[in-house]
Design a protein around this ligand. Structure first.
Ligand SMILES: Cc1cc2nc3c(=O)[nH]c(=O)nc-3n(C[C@H](O)[C@H](O)[C@H](O)COP(=O)(O)OP(=O)(O)OC[C@H]3O[C@@H](n4cnc5c(N)ncnc54)[C@H](O)[C@@H]3O)c2cc1C
Length: 496
């Protein structure tokens, strides 16, 4: 490129940082405008009372060396040569009645324990394990966008995922509720609806567990904030400029072409291209105008039955290690309570014992997660400030009680750190309905996917987890890469 063209990126989450890094690598000037004091968006962590609370990474898909996604994570600096991973041996454990059932990283161990627990489920157990092994092949496109793939790319993809159609055939048209129903043992039934919303298509669950079990879904030590910071460092080392505390109030469109942005403090910044990496509803409603939202977006946002969104009420505690004997993530039944207007009788707690830096010596951080959906978001949203604070306090009180009931040794050894709700994600990231992933893929519903361009507007691209269900970090980072890929291709004289 003789004269450097400039790309402005609105939003500095993983998609925005990914876009910024690939823009610099492709020779563009790149400026990111982020509304918060630090970049990262939902891939975030924060401090309370000498502890670190990690908001995001429960697993990072694409950690296996040699995969296309791992190369992307390395290119953006999220994973460096010396990045270490948490030593976790299980996906999670479900407690149901007297049974403790664990999905181990070691599939043979999972199979053996399941068979011992429920010999009468042998056929389903063996089928499940066999298909998890097949699902380990599943990779999201990370070289170029799917719509740009040619016949050769599809042949290569088909060959590298030869067994994946078996997973889709067996588990792609049922949801997790139905999958659970195939098992006879009550603890196994419960296990399969614990981790992801029961509305999720079952194959998504197999793919997630397979990533973890095959070493392609690990937790980089230091957690979400450390990973974000590595990407910020990479962006800045490449010469990118990150503007924090810099909300974008408008993407400027002139003669059907994006020409720059207006910041909240009324500054106009011109650019050759704009990449929107903010939540897509924020983009449509506030940055470009809802008239640009086409039918596909409209119908998905409107139909919350077909395209539900999920979030959570979460609470973090510092506990004495000596008072907590468990590891990993555990789901358990509890006395029913209401939060966000929803009756809850089962919650999960995750222990961060694998991150000694997250708490003072002898302590560990525990985080409780209570799932919430669109309806609960609306409930929280309708509360006055005072009611909101009161209901949060009540949620904390009840969660503490439920933890003590399940783990009596914790009483007297646990200190509250923080509690956050779907409204927190809305406030902090402008996340639509507080959602932390994109639209849930339900059985029988086509997974949401768009190219990331706006019909009738040139030079505007979307890089966000929202452009491909189910969202998440891999979708976010590749969306950033692909937006720049499209821009560079256009500049080389090819079509969009
Ligand atoms: C509790 C939780 C757990 C998760 N666990 C996992 C996991 O284990 N694995 C996984 O893959 N994914 C996980 N995710 C999802 C993952 O965090 C997201 O998919 C990803 O971070 C989304 O990145 P993004 O850049 O698309 O969006 P965001 O992170 O939302 O980034 C958008 C950015 O735009 C900024 N912004 C918004 N409006 C404006 C404006 N007007 N002007 C300027 N800036 C603006 C926001 O502040 C934000 O920084 C989890 C999310 C949560 C909340």
């Amino acid at each position: 490129m003789s004269e450097k063209k400039k790309i402005i990126i609105a939003g500095g989450g993983i998609a925005g940082l990914g876009a910024g890094i690939y823009a610099r690598l492709a020779g563009y000037e790149a400026d990111i405008y982020e509304k918060n004091p630090i970049a990262g968006g939902q891939c975030m962590g924060w401090s309370r009372k000498g502890c670190h609370i990690d908001n995001c990474i429960h697993w990072l898909t694409g950690t296996k060396k040699g995969t296309a996604l791992r190369r992307v994570w390395e290119t953006v600096g999220a994973l460096e040569e010396h990045t270490k991973f948490a030593d976790c041996d299980s996906f999670y454990t479900s407690i149901a009645g007297d049974s403790h059932v664990t999905l181990w990283k070691d599939l043979e161990r999972t199979e053996a324990e399941f068979l011992q627990l429920s010999p009468e489920d042998e056929k389903e157990i063996k089928k499940f394990i066999e298909h998890v092994k097949y699902a380990a092949e599943c990779e999201i496109p990370a070289e170029k966008p799917m719509d740009a793939m040619g016949i050769g790319d599809y042949i290569r993809m088909g060959a590298s995922m030869a067994d994946m159609p078996k997973v889709t055939k067996e588990y792609g048209s049922i949801d997790l509720q139905e999958m659970a129903g195939r098992f006879k043992h009550p603890a196994l039934k419960v296990l399969f609806t614990d981790y992801m919303p029961k509305e999720y298509v079952a194959s998504s669950f197999l793919v997630s567990y397979a990533a973890m079990a095959s070493g392609n879904g690990e937790i980089p030590l230091g957690g979400s904030l450390a990973m974000t910071n590595r990407m910020v460092k990479r962006f800045q080392q490449l010469g990118g400029i990150l503007h924090c505390n810099a909300p974008v109030s408008k993407i400027l469109i002139k003669n059907k072409k994006a020409v720059g942005i207006e910041t909240a403090d009324k500054k106009t910044v011109l650019a050759d291209y704009v990449i929107s990496s903010v939540d897509t509803m924020e983009m449509f409603c506030n940055l470009i105008g809802k008239e640009y939202m086409d039918e596909k977006w409209q119908s998905c946002y409107k139909d919350t039955d077909k395209y539900p969104l999920f979030s959570a009420v979460q609470a973090a505690f510092m506990v004495d290690q000596s008072a907590y004997d468990e590891k990993g993530t555990i789901f358990f039944d509890c006395l029913p309570f209401e939060t966000g207007g929803k009756k809850v009788d089962r919650i999960s707690v995750k222990s961060y014992e694998y991150e000694p830096e997250f708490a003072p010596m002898g302590k560990t951080v525990l985080q409780v997660n209570v799932p919430q959906f669109d309806k609960e978001y609306l409930y929280w949203k309708a509360l006055s400030k005072e009611e909101y604070e009161n209901q949060k306090k009540e949620a904390i009180r009840v969660i503490e009680e439920r933890l003590f009931a399940q783990f009596p040794k914790l009483r007297g050894h646990m200190e509250f750190l923080d509690c956050w709700t779907p409204i927190t994600y809305e406030k902090y990231c402008n996340a639509y309905h507080g959602a932390y992933m994109s639209f849930i893929t339900r059985k029988g519903v086509k997974p949401f996917r768009v190219k990331g361009m706006i019909k009738g507007v040139k030079n505007l691209y979307i890089a966000s987890q929202w452009i491909m269900a189910p969202g998440g970090l891999p979708v976010a980072v590749t969306a950033g890469k692909f937006a720049v890929w499209r821009i560079a291709r256009k500049d080389r004289g090819n079509r969009h």
